[in-house]
Design a protein. Structure first.
Length: 116
């Protein structure tokens, strides 16, 4: 079994910062990527950022480049999303995604609300 658990979502003012965390546990052998997606009300889920487990290459959606930074702690099976200069349009449920040789897994989501 694989579990993916996010944390860190909350209400923040525009221009503020927030850090999300995601920890994977269980049979997480041969992890390829961990990353973040988000889904705003009435919209489809969209890619935000991801990091390859080895060698740690990062990829970002154009909408968050220069504002968000993804990083990982391999020893803890944890990925972080540092979000700076937050905007109201960043409001969404943020989902962590784990891609391994054994399958593709999602967390339950954490709500980020950015007030103007």
């Amino acid at each position: 079994q694989v579990q993916v658990v996010e944390s860190g979502g909350t209400l923040v003012q525009a221009g503020g910062s927030l850090r999300l965390s995601c920890t994977a546990s269980g049979r997480t052998f041969s992890t390829y990527y961990m990353g973040w997606f988000r889904q705003a009300p009435g919209k489809e889920r969209e890619f935000v950022a991801r990091i390859s487990w080895s060698p740690g290459n990062t990829y970002y959606a154009d909408s968050v480049k220069g504002r968000f930074t993804i990083s990982r702690d391999s020893a803890k099976n944890t990925v972080y999303l540092q979000m700076n200069s937050l905007r109201p349009e960043d409001t969404a449920v943020y989902y962590c995604n784990l891609q391994t040789r054994g399958g593709n897994y999602w967390g339950q989501g954490t709500q980020v609300t950015v007030s103007s």
